[in-house]
Every structure is written in structure tokens, then in C-alpha cells.
Design a protein around this ligand. Structure first.
Ligand SMILES: [Zn+2]
Ligand SMILES: [Zn+2]
Length: 138
């Protein structure tokens, strides 16, 4: 597949995606709302072998609504969250689709934790929504 590259706002952190995402979706949980400053974050998940990152990052570990322990990696200079790992998905890395140089290359397949959706966050009506995580990906 075509490689896709991304970077944080200041450019100190750079990453490359060399695998097709196994999942791509919006997460509307309250933590993603805080982390994104918006109604949801757009994550895509690839095997760690398909993810390369360069530049210094810092990690913040937190417990997600799913019960998984998530580590969010962000640029210590500009604060952009770029990637993450979850205890529920060993060997996988998520990245922020909005941090890609061309964020239009991947489309969301679903919205998870839609029970937290804010009334002003108008998702496309055709996008499948799950109140929490869909059973198949837990
Ligand atoms: Zn940065
Ligand atoms: Zn979330």
C-alpha cells in the first residue's frame, strides 16, 4: 500500500504508516473529548510493524472507559497527541488520523462511545454508532 506520513503541529514528531488500518473510527469518550478539544477524536489502528515514529514523544497513561489502560503519546513541544497503545490491543498502535499530512485518505467506519456524544457534535447520519466499544473489538 501507499505509505502515509504525519506529524505534530510543530513538526518535531514525524510518523509513517506502512499498513492498512484494521480499524478507523471516531471515539466520543470524555477523555478523547478532552484530548482533542472537540466532540471526538479520530483514531486508526495498525499493527506496530506498520508504524514508525521519529522525534521525542512523551506518554500519558490513563484508564479508558472500556477498562483498558491507554498510553497516549504526544509531542512535548506543541502538545499534539499523535499515537497511542491500549492494553486491550497488544501489538497494535493507534494514530490520530487528523495528524496525517493528508487526513482525507482514511474514512471513519464507526463511532464508539456514542453514549457520550455531545448534542452539538453532528456525526454523519450514515455512520454506524456504538454506545460503547462494539463487542467484536473488545
Ligand atoms: Zn510538536
Ligand atoms: Zn476515546
Amino acid at each position: 500500500m501507499t505509505k502515509h506520513s504525519g506529524r505534530c503541529l510543530c513538526g518535531a514528531v514525524h510518523f509513517e504508516i506502512g499498513a492498512e488500518p484494521m480499524m478507523a473510527g471516531f471515539c466520543c469518550c470524555l477523555s478523547c473529548q478532552k484530548l482533542s478539544g472537540a466532540g471526538h477524536a479520530f483514531h486508526a489502528m495498525v499493527p506496530e510493524t506498520g508504524f514508525q515514529i521519529s522525534g521525542e514523544t512523551r506518554g500519558y497513561e490513563w484508564k479508558a472507559d472500556s477498562g483498558n489502560v491507554v498510553t497516549t503519546s504526544f509531542c512535548p513541544v506543541c502538545g499534539t497527541p499523535v499515537s497511542g497503545r491500549s492494553s486491550g490491543f497488544p501489538g497494535m498502535v493507534t494514530f490520530r488520523v487528523a495528524a496525517l499530512d493528508d487526513p482525507s485518505v482514511f474514512a471513519p467506519q464507526m463511532a464508539v462511545f456514542a453514549k457520550r456524544l455531545q448534542p452539538w457534535d453532528l456525526l454523519g447520519p450514515a455512520l454506524p454508532r456504538f454506545p460503547e466499544m462494539p463487542p467484536a473489538s473488545q
